[in-house]
Design a protein around this ligand. Structure first.
Ligand SMILES: C[S@@+](CC[C@H](N)C(=O)[O-])C[C@H]1O[C@@H](n2cnc3c(N)ncnc32)[C@H](O)[C@@H]1O
Length: 343
């Protein structure tokens, strides 16, 4: 189960929720931000990590999701004509066939990797001293890092290496996540937009479908409700248009406001059951987004967390841990890379 924050609201996604996320067939968690897979300096970092590997080397990507880093390893191996044994493990259910159906252009690289769900990074079940390179991107910090460090030290061969990209609480990704959470709060608490929408839906649900719905008895209460809802929608849309919000990411508001307004517009043509279902989907999307952003914020590392992971690596017997900030397009901090080796 996910963890709870002090206020009682859940902040961690569980494996089932991650499984539902990966069902969308996305390779990265930043839908709409990277074309295909991670690029620029992120891809360069991974290519540099794969470069020293000899042909046939074993690479294991922990918390792989839909295999972003595993797929970059396969792409590297193909480009260099240097076959690698690449395995991606994740605690969520990962379905490579479904991913291939959604993303046929990945077929060749998917055929060169093994993606396996239901495997926690703290207990991979892999043979001791069987891996040349352990990787993880925006993944290791979601798990129990002390137990994960011991597991990495156990599965690495002597001379084997670790390469990671870790979320940092000062990164552009975290600013975006905090802006996303502010939008959710504005929508749910300050403007009570979903609450007002739900009341409108209830009003419509009570009416029979069909043209007679056009003759809704607009009681003074119903008119007030509609006005309140439309005013809240206008304020949210105005907020989404602010340059600093657009720069950070107005994605949540850009999705939620039109989705609610469109459903209300269509509601006269829908049966009560269909209306209820469509409304449930909107509320579900909003909660899933909130949870994903809260999860990201709680997984991100502060300087103290980075020092703690360094200590955990050393205690597990991993040496030369080195952290480097990862700048994207030369300017955006997207996290820190972490490299280490097993002596
Ligand atoms: C932000 S996603 C990163 C996925 C991928 N590495 C990427 O770069 O896009 C975090 C992943 O960590 C996985 N995860 C969380 N806790 C885990 C654990 N203890 N063991 C294995 N995977 C875990 C989640 O299921 C999710 O797929």
């Amino acid at each position: 189960m996910g963890q709870q924050s002090a206020g009682g609201t859940r902040t961690r996604l569980d494996a089932e929720e991650w499984s539902r996320f990966w069902e969308r067939g996305t390779v990265t968690t930043f839908e709409g931000h990277f074309r295909g897979n991670y690029d620029a300096e992120i891809r360069d970092f991974w290519r540099a990590a794969f470069a020293p590997l000899p042909a046939g080397a074993a690479v294991v990507d922990l918390a792989t999701g839909n295999g972003a880093v595993a797929l970059l390893a396969a792409e590297f191996a193909r480009a260099e004509s240097r076959p690698l044994q690449v395995v991606g493990l994740d605690s969520a259910a990962i379905d490579a066939q479904r991913l291939e159906a959604a993303r046929p252009e990945l077929a060749a690289d998917l055929a060169a990797v093994t993606l396996q769900g239901g495997v926690r990074l703290e207990a991979t079940g892999l043979e001791p001293a069987s891996v040349d390179l352990v990787t993880s991107q925006y993944g290791f910090e979601y798990g129990d890092t002390a137990a994960g460090s011991r597991e990495i030290a156990r599965i690495l061969r002597p001379g084997g290496r670790v390469a990671m990209v870790i979320h940092h609480d000062g990164s552009a990704i975290l600013s975006q996540a905090r802006e996303g959470l502010a939008q959710v709060r504005m929508c749910l608490e300050e403007e009570r937009f979903l609450y007002l929408g739900r009341r409108m839906i209830k009003l419509f649900r009570g009416l029979k479908p069909g043209p007679q719905r056009g003759g809704v008895q607009w009681t003074p209460g119903a008119i007030r409700l509609r006005e309140e809802l439309m005013a809240a929608a206008a304020r949210l849309q105005q907020h989404a248009r602010r340059p600093e919000v657009r720069r950070a990411d107005a994605g949540f508001l850009e999705f939620i406001v039109p989705a609610v307004l469109k459903l209300l517009e269509q509601s006269r043509a829908l049966s009560p059951a269909a209306l209820e279902q469509a409304w449930g989907e909107i509320e579900g999307e909003a909660e899933a987004y909130r949870l994903r952003m809260a999860d990201l914020v709680s997984a991100a590392c502060s300087e103290r967390d980075m020092a703690r992971i360094g200590t955990e690596f050393a205690a597990a017997g991993l040496e030369d841990a080195a952290w480097v900030p990862l700048l994207y397009r030369g300017e955006l901090l997207l996290g820190w890379t972490l490299a280490a080796r097993k002596p």
